[in-house]
Ligand binder design. Structure first.
Ligand SMILES: C[S@@+](CC[C@H](N)C(=O)[O-])C[C@H]1O[C@@H](n2cnc3c(N)ncnc32)[C@H](O)[C@@H]1O
Length: 200
């Protein structure tokens, strides 16, 4: 007998497929975008940890053809059929890769999103430490790459470093909310920080 998490997981997986999205995760960003209204047409969005591209599809829908979406991932991302969605295969822990990635826009971006996650070992403390290391790289990119007043969406696995990470995010942004989308499994310690009003 499948448990509630499996039933819900299957439901969101089927829903994502039915709507033509590349990942179940796409529904999480859709929910965040509906609730917080941070995306606007014409915006430039940088997506860290973007493979296979479900979030890129949602971002392109939200910014339209006048916006720009740039995705980066260690893994190959099958191109989307839009000229304004640009992709880089690379490692965000390499500062040169991250610099080149952001050079793809002429100006600072309006939104940075990070769904970065390492390969999970199943050992919570280790997975938490690795994931929050990636989330920190995303947060640290804001002063260089995000315009004043811009927003971030950052996935974070909760654990011992979470409180410190949250206070660092609060120092950089006027407002930080913690949100768990319903498409995220109850059993997962992941939450998303919705950071708005970048102090610049
Ligand atoms: C949960 S998946 C992202 C799913 C994506 N948001 C979507 O909807 O399709 C996390 C991604 O982070 C990427 N990743 C992990 N470490 C990375 C790194 N150091 N540099 C770039 N990408 C990384 C992984 O390759 C993986 O594709």
């Amino acid at each position: 007998m499948p448990n509630k998490n499996q039933v819900l997981g299957d439901y969101y997986y089927r829903e994502a497929k039915r709507e033509g999205y590349r990942s179940r995760s796409a529904l999480k960003l859709k929910e965040i975008a509906d609730k917080y209204r941070i995306f606007k047409r014409g915006y430039a969005v940088a997506d860290l940890g973007a493979a296979p591209g479900g979030w890129l599809q949602i971002e392109r829908e939200l910014v339209g053809e006048e916006g720009t979406v740039i995705g980066i991932d260690l893994s190959f991302i099958k191109p989307l059929p839009y000229e304004n969605v640009k992709l880089i295969k690379g490692d965000v822990t390499d500062p040169e890769v991250l610099d080149n990635f952001f050079k793809l826009t002429e100006r600072k971006v309006d939104i940075i999103v990070s769904d970065l996650a390492p390969k999970f070992s199943g050992v919570h403390d280790l997975d938490h430490a690795r994931q929050i290391g990636l989330a920190r790289i995303a947060l640290d990119s804001a002063p260089k790459m995000l315009r004043a007043g811009g927003s971030m969406v950052i996935k974070v696995l909760q654990g011992s470093e979470f409180k410190l990470f949250l206070s660092d995010a609060n120092r950089l942004f006027g407002n930080v909310k913690i949100y768990k989308p319903s498409a995220s499994r109850d059993s997962s310690s992941e939450v998303y920080l919705i950071c708005t009003g970048f102090r610049g």
